[in-house]
Design a protein around this ligand. Structure first.
Ligand SMILES: Nc1ncnc2c1ncn2[C@@H]1O[C@H](COP(=O)(O)OP(=O)(O)OP(=O)(O)O)[C@@H](O)[C@H]1O
Length: 927
């Protein structure tokens, strides 16, 4: 047991020794690893301190020297030396390469010495821009570039700006004294002069704002203040400048996006056009923080500005802007440090440019800009080199005027589907419309653009677009030209109905092709005819001129077209003498709001947003074009060329006509001042004998040229009454009814029985009778005194079926006393006339009579009711008198010269206005 126990113990002791040994080893290696790590850390810290202080300077730093003297740290210096040598091998060429880089990225005035360019007008179009702009130079000692110590190596220092970066300049680094204003001004002036001298005049706009000064900001640029190249802003109104910039950003963003580009810069590259000027806003602060809301606005502007071609140059405005900002801090009057070169390098700023020379250079640029604007441009400048080259699938886009030599466009498309134009009388609305229509029609062929033009004012503003007596040419894009429509509000309604129908047709087609807008429909249906439609309604407020059904219908149709026309390529252009027109929108905000493109002629009120005063200040023959519903940031002022001068528009029309007329129909002309001639109406000239003839009473007020008539079938009530005292119109209606019927019968199949009871109509009746006779028809003119007997004879003949008869009574009411007479036990002439009215139609006889009052017609009809008069045309008769003849419905009718209200029970839901045909001879026999 004893031996066994001691052996056991020995084994335990040995095991413990081994364990102790192992533990000792483990602890020892951990301590070594720790020492190694600590040494490495110390080396890295030392390396960092040396790098921070600079290798050369660190030798003079006792703390670093002591640490570096530690043998454990011996490798640090030699390692850093190796790194430096490697770096200098590359950097040895650095200053040279920098010089080359700046020369390539800052060509011409952007980087060259002023002697090479100052005073010359730049030529860059602005589609692209230099990437860097020189501000000065920096110098390093040769030793630091691996070259001979003491040799100075100088290279250019330039900063990015346009499209790349904002610049923040500090005239006093924290804790240092503020440098004199002249030093900062020299820096800013040099930079701006380089920019302004690089580009062609007008390609850059500079905005200056100085919290402390109203006028004397960068006075050497004074001459540019006469032009749009330079604007000095009110020191108290930073908000206005920021608003303006924000407006540009929104506007530019919107249209570049719509055109499918991510930024203005990419749009410029893709289109090869500058499109917008570059903009630089210089803001001089005083080192004090801006007010919180100003700061917020500034930051917002800064974040979107670069993509819109706007750069900010902030001087002593303490703020941290998002996005790309280069900083320049002055350390004394001529030296600065900047973020491009880092804090170790001091930039020697370029000396101030000689004030006088800057002054002269600015004056020269201003002169060149004014010369380039070239005074008022002409209508010809709006036209493209070649006609009809554009496609309207996505939108319509055309210049309408010029601002400082640059074309200002209107865009009619998804984003700005409808247009509202306002301006007092004589301010140039009509001229604007012609400029716009000219520019559009010159760019888009009639297959791309169809025009419907309506002018409610008296006058013939669009008449020349339809073929005329003097000028046979017409505008091939015009489908409809309506002039002198002032009293025919129904014509406006007809146009709106037509547009609403077209809208439905397009929606249905879009649905069939499973697309949602015109652009897609045209892609899916390339064979279809889907031009964009522009409907111009001048003095559109007439549509809403009464509290009646026309107004109610016009409102709902306009709202529908305004809302849905956008996607179907149907666009409204509503023009008005401002206030009246705009007030017409009260209660109809839907239409007003959809008119996002606003055109305000000088002094126009309420067309733009309330606070937007641009139209008040607009000079003569200018317009404010605003695609943003009239909000100030969308303002674009444009001089509108004179499109109304003699021969100007007709010249273009002639060219368009020669090019397109053969493949396109001429437009329909509706002239409210001229009634159509029956002999010229297709409805009349195309008549042929038929079984159920129609008596034509007049022209419909419609987009298409349609005549209105009454079908004289055998159904009961197929008689026609003309009501009212207006002789000329009444005679015209009876005349056209008779002549048109005559042309629908073969000779011998019909007999016309005419009676004239109004003396003044006799010549017209005789002339008609002669005409009927010469056309070979049977005609009998019954003297008034013989009428009762003739009526009785005709009644007796009813049912014989021998021949169709038309009894045409001129002034039927005058025959009443004679007709009412009756011999005892016999029927009166009136009884027989009633029999003709009742039974005539089914027996081939129809009465077409003119009664000069509704009461007389009622007397004629007796107690049998009004059913025997199936159709009527009312002249100077009040609406309420007509209710009994139109199934009791309320009739709105304000009689007007040259128009009749027509109702046919068998075809009409409610009466409609017609234009009786013009009878040339009628004037001579007027009452
Ligand atoms: N941009 C322009 N340049 C030169 N003359 C112009 C210009 N615009 C209009 N005019 C002239 O001014 C006159 C009035 O213009 P316009 O008929 O276009 O005005 P309006 O606003 O339509 O007036 P109204 O409503 O009374 O018809 C015309 O004789 C026209 O020749």
């Amino acid at each position: 047991m004893g031996r066994k126990a001691s052996e056991q113990r020995a084994r335990v002791v040995t095991a413990l020794d081994q364990l102790r040994h192992q533990l000792g080893l483990a602890l020892g290696s951990a301590a070594n690893a720790r020492i190694a790590a600590e040494t490495e850390l110390a080396k890295l810290e030392l390396e960092q301190r040396i790098v921070r202080a600079g290798i050369d300077r660190s030798a003079g730093d006792p703390a670093i020297a002591e640490q570096a003297g530690d043998p454990a740290m011996s490798g640090v210096l030699s390692w850093l030396d190796t790194v430096r040598r490697q770096f200098y091998t590359e950097w040895g060429d650095g200053p040279n390469r920098l010089r080359e880089l700046v020369a390539a990225s800052a060509p011409g005035p952007a980087g060259r010495p002023p002697g090479d360019w100052l005073g010359r007008v730049g030529s860059y179009s602005g589609v692209t821009t230099p990437e860097l702009w020189r501000i000065g130079s920096a110098t390093v000692d040769g030793s630091s570039a691996g070259q001979t110590a003491g040799v100075e190596l100088t290279f250019d220092v330039a900063v990015p700006l346009l499209g790349e970066s904002h610049i923040s300049i500090t005239s006093a680094p924290p804790g240092a004294t503020t440098q004199p204003r002249a030093s900062v001004d020299a820096l800013v002036e040099n930079l701006l002069t380089r920019v302004l001298s690089t580009f062609e005049p007008g390609a850059v706009r500079v905005h200056l704002w100085d919290v402390g000064q109203l006028t004397a900001v960068l006075p050497n640029f004074y001459a540019l203040g006469r032009t749009s190249a330079l604007t000095v802003h009110d020191p108290t109104r930073l908000v206005d400048l920021l608003d303006e910039l924000a407006g540009h950003i929104r506007r530019i963003h919107a249209y570049t996006m719509q055109a499918g580009h991510t930024s203005l810069q990419s749009m410029r590259k893709a289109t090869g056009k500058r499109v917008e000027p570059w903009r630089i806003a210089v803001l001089y602060g005083n080192g004090e923080p801006l007010q919180p809301e100003q700061l917020r606005d500034l930051k917002r502007v800064a974040s979107g500005a670069l993509a819109a071609g706007i750069s900010l140059v902030l001087v002593d405005v303490p703020t941290a802007l998002g996005g790309s900002v280069e900083s320049i801090s002055l350390i004394d009057e001529r030296r600065a440090v900047c973020s491009m070169t880092g804090t170790d390098l001091v930039v020697q700023l370029d000396p101030p440019l000689p004030g006088g020379q800057v002054n002269r250079a600015a004056a020269r640029i201003a002169e060149a800009l004014i010369a380039k604007q070239g005074g008022p441009r002409s209508f010809a400048d709006l036209l493209p080199a070649e006609l009809g080259q554009e496609h309207s699938g996505r939108e319509l886009r055309a210049p309408v005027g010029f601002y400082e030599g640059e074309a200002v466009e209107v865009v009619i498309g998804d984003a700005s589907p409808h247009v509202l134009i306002g301006g007092p009388s004589g301010s140039g609305k009509t001229n604007f419309l012609y400029s716009m229509l000219g520019s559009l029609t010159a760019r888009y062929s009639p297959d791309e653009l169809a025009l419907y033009l309506l002018d409610f004012k008296e006058g013939v503003s669009f008449a020349g677009l339809a073929p005329g007596r003097k000028d046979a040419s017409w505008l091939p894009h015009a489908r409809l030209v309506g002039v002198n429509v002032n009293t025919d509000r129904e014509f406006g309604l007809a146009l709106l109905r037509f547009l609403a129908d077209e809208l439905r047709r397009r929606s249905a087609a879009a649905k069939d092709h499973e697309v949602t807008n015109l652009a897609e429909l045209r892609e899916q249906d390339p064979e279809g005819h889907w031009p964009r439609i522009v409907a111009v309604i001048d003095e559109f407020q007439y549509l809403f001129a009464g509290r009646d059904t026309v107004t109610a219908l016009a409102t709902s149709l306009l709202e529908d077209i305004a809302r849905r026309g956008r996607s179907q390529g149907i666009h409204l252009v509503l023009a008005s003498q401002d206030v009246a027109g705009i007030e017409a929108f009260w209660g109809k905000p839907a239409v007003f709001e959809q008119c996002t493109l606003r055109i305000a002629m000088p002094k126009a009120r309420r067309v733009l947003a309330e606070a937007n005063q641009a139209a008040v200040a607009a000079p003569r023959w200018h317009a404010v074009i605003n695609h943003d519903s009239g909000v100030a940031h969308g303002n674009q002022l444009a001089h509108i060329p004179d499109a109304s001068a003699k021969g100007v528009f007709p010249g273009l029309q002639q060219r368009l006509w020669e090019r397109y007329a053969s493949g396109h129909q001429q437009p329909r002309l509706f002239d409210g001042a001229h009634a159509p001639l029956l002999e010229e109406a297709t409805a009349f000239t195309s008549l042929v004998p038929v079984a159920r003839p129609r008596a034509l009473l007049g022209q419909s007020i419609d987009v298409a040229e349609v005549a209105q008539g009454v079908e004289l079938s055998g159904a009961p009530g197929r008689n026609v009454a003309v009501l009212g005292t207006a002789t000329k119109e009444a005679v015209s209606i009876l005349d056209s009814a008779t002549r048109s019927l005559a042309n629908q019968f073969r000779q011998g199949d019909v007999e016309f029985v005419l009676t004239c009871l109004v003396e003044s109509c006799e010549p017209a009746v005789n002339e008609l009778a002669d005409w009927l006779a010469t056309t070979g028809h049977k005609v009998e003119v019954v003297p008034g005194s013989d009428l009762p007997a003739r009526v009785s004879a005709l009644a007796g003949d009813l049912g014989s079926g021998a021949i169709r008869r038309m009894l045409v009574l001129y002034g039927a009411d005058a025959a009443l006393p004679a007709l009412e007479q009756k011999a005892p036990g016999q029927q009166s002439g009136l009884d027989h006339l009633r029999a003709l009215l009742k039974q005539g139609p089914s027996n081939g006889l129809h009465v077409i009579g003119w009664w000069r009052g509704t009461a007389r017609l009622k007397d004629t009809l007796g107690f049998g009711g009004t059913d025997d008069i199936g159709a009527w045309a009312a002249l100077d008769v009040q609406g309420n008198e007509l209710s009994p003849f139109s199934a009791g419905q309320v009739v709105h009718w304000s009689p007007r010269s040259g128009r009749a209200l027509f109702f046919d029970r068998s075809t009409h839901a409610s009466p409609e206005v017609i234009i009786p045909f013009h009878r040339p001879e009628a004037e001579e026999h007027d009452d």
